[in-house]
Write a protein that binds this ligand. Sequence first.
Ligand code: MCN
Length: 778
Amino acid sequence: MSGQRTWVGASVPRREDPRLLTGRGRFVDDLQRVGALSAAFVRSPVAAADINAVDLSAVTSVDGVRAAFSAVELGVSGLTALLEREEFVPTTMPILATGRVRYAGEPVAIVLADDPYAAEDGTELATVDYAPRRAVTSIDDALAGNAPDVHDELDENTFLAVAPFDDEVDDVFATAECVVRTSMSSGRQNALPLEPRGCLAEWVDRDDQLVVHISSQVPHQVRTALARCLGLRERQVRVIVPDVGGGFGLKCVVGREEIAVAAAALRLRRPVKWIEDRREGLFASFLGREQRYQVRAAFDGAGRILALDADVHCDVGAYSVFPFTSGVEPLMAATELPGVYQVPRYRARARAVATNKAPTAPYRGVSRPQIVLVMERLKERAARELGIDAVALRRRNLIDTFPYVGVNGITYDPGSYRESLDRCEQRLREEGWFELRGTAADRLIGIGFACFNERTGYGTESFAQRKMSVVPGYDISEVRMDPGGAVTVVTGTSAHGQGHETTLAQIAADQLGLHPDAVQIRQGDTDLVSYGWGTFASRSAAIGGGAVRLAAGKLAERIRAIAAHLLETDGTNIELADGWCRRRDDPASSVPIAEVAEIAYLRAHRLPKDFEPGLSAQAAFDVLTSGTFSNATHGVVAELDPRTGQTRLLRYLVVEDCGVVINPKIVDGQVRGGVAQGIAGALYEQIGYDADGQPSAGSLIDYLVPTAGEIPEIDVEHLETPCAFTETGAKGMGEGGTIGAPAAVLNAVNDALRDTGVELDAVPITPEHVLRALEFSR
Ligand code: MCN
């Protein structure tokens, strides 16, 4: 890539990969401290019970165990996540369960020992006297008249019930030519990052600080929560995020275990480390996705949608998580259901329902995989009833003039909704899949499409509408150049697999006329930047990238001013490129950027008069609109095996548009990873619960994570509609793959089953579901 002058748009190889692929990454568990203790948790074996007594006296008899604390002994208050809405009922998630447990796996006590094995042995000697209660294990269970309360404060086990759009739609349904209904459900999933949760907490006297290394997506939010729970000033807490092996939303909320570990470290004045094991990570961390939709849609005879009426129930588990709360899934679902389609009239009701299961976090895509599933099934069903081609029916309904103000009040910025569908269909046609579908009578082959958008770059205004008590949105970056001309970019975003060390360096390099190798990204440390919101909601390219570009632009101005002084011209006449400052009117008149940097620090007497020494600049960036929407169409060809019921995906095509692509290779990787997670939800992964609330998945033998063997090659094509109001023209895209895949796969499976008269309306689609459908048709 030598000779290249602009870096945004280039497939620069990921700079983080050499260290990660050769075992030189540094994750929390790689960190060692002299005298550190290991933590393990005594967890509730039952889903619902009163705690009569916790006796930890035998625990300390285990060789190597140094201490054990119940909630009372640890004495730390819980986390209360708030939505400032009348419809929201605040509840508290205690750090360790007090008086009552609400899900199997809930932490009741913490054991500290010389090593993790002794700590785990210690947990087995804890005696907890549980008085079991009847567990609430499903949405129906929770809403039944005689249901036990998961929290005393809740009415009908409901954390939040909203009806944000309440159009009078009944008259439309009464007269519409075609009304279709769907009742969709999706299984409970675990985001399952390769690296489980973990932290190392220690008190550092010299800095008067609690230092917590943690596997997290949101270091500053963890700092805020730790300071609040432990009664410290925010300055007294430093949260550092080393390399992270994935988060997928599970690590963008604050875990109670990490707070308990920090409290123990404070109490014992010794470093304490906790690394979650796979078993507790599977069912006792944060889960997601268990939702049910009852939706009807009215269409005219030409297949145009007239009205949408939705009832959404999200099983959010036992607690509201900090800071996003249990409201995040229902609010997202109700607000964004219309998606890429023009919906003139809309009514929605949505609830966050409490059950005796581990709480949910905003898992990649947050409700959008489900709402796309719903909309795309409605389209297929209406097409079938009206005898219209389903792709043509989609085209008739897609938003086609921009900006478009939806019935939900959201302003959709320009995208390539129509073009991505056209291109996706065209390619599958040209490849001959439609003929194969039509003629292969002995093979069950189906084709499925899903059109969707992904709202990204949520700024302060969008989050404020949710009415969270802490409001994410903007981000901050500082760019510094050292006396040798090398650049450090500090950012409030916090990558955990997305490759920001590469892409943010590309953005800064372009502003400064440098090679990206001259730019080092520093992130994930609350002492580096005053506040930052971390990485979630596909915000980092759009918002974090905006702050980096602005800060690098300010720094470039300073460099230009010094160079102009040295070259006896004014700043506007100076161009920064290839590591040089050149006069535009006389390119032979130039000075290396490195020399400017040296002067800024080491020979400041050569600076312009009254010029502040040093080279650094800071900027914040925010998006003050509804956000920016990337979009895509997924096209899938599926084949069902009539003997085993297995679904095999023969072809997977993504035509996507995320505005200006900063790094095509990284975007492709993000799309492919996302699609794999979407296929996992469509065909394989689910945590079930028995009537007592015991989770079915205790290991990866029961929780079916697809391997490379089950994931087809994923072909990605890019369209590019630049965003008008992000600094880089980029829209976010980190969740899109996951959002489109379940709907595209379900549509393909239903298409393959088209002659059976059976339609599947739940994910995951198991071989049993497929066999039952085939059985039904015989
Ligand atoms: N990018 C780009 N051009 C664009 C848009 C994005 O080159 N037009 C690049 C970005 O610079 C960044 C990556 O693509 O390197 C993703 O960018 P973005 O869409 O801004 O998303 P975030 O970086 O904010 O990542 C969050 C998103 C979410 S919400 C989840 S969940 C998720 C995901 O990203 N979890 C992940 N991708 C993941 N990837 C990995 N490996 N691990 C996770 O836990």
